[in-house]
Design a protein. Sequence first.
Length: 132
Amino acid sequence: MSTTIDVVDEFFTNFGAGNMSALLGQFADEVDFRVNGAANVPWAGERSSRAEIEEFFGIFPQVLTAPEAFEITGKIAPGDDAVVFATCVFGVKATGKKFTNSYALHFTVTDGKISRYHMYEDSHAIAEAFAA
C-alpha cells in the first residue's frame, strides 16, 4: 500500500506530466475539494466529484501561460494528511499579467485515494493578475 507522501508525490508527477487520466484516478469518488479565492479567479470554489475536479484542472491551460517557475519548498506528512508548500509563477493569458503564488496544499489520503484537497494560495495576487 502506498504511503500518503507516495500518493502526493505521484499527484505532482502526474500533474507535471499533464497526465490527467492518471491524476483523476488518484481521487476518491467523493472529495472535499476547496480553493478559496476572489470571484474573478476561475478555479476558486468548492467541488466534490471527479467531473468537477476534471473541469478544475482543465481551467489552467485555458487561462494561464505555461509555468515560468515551480518549486516544492517543503512537505509535512503526518499519517493520512500531507501538506505541501510550493511556489510557482504563471502569466494570465487575458491580461498579460504575471503572478507569483506561494501556496500550501492540504491533502488527505484515504485507502490510497485523495479524499481532501484544500489549497491555500495568495488569492489577492491572483485576483490582481486577472483584473483588467
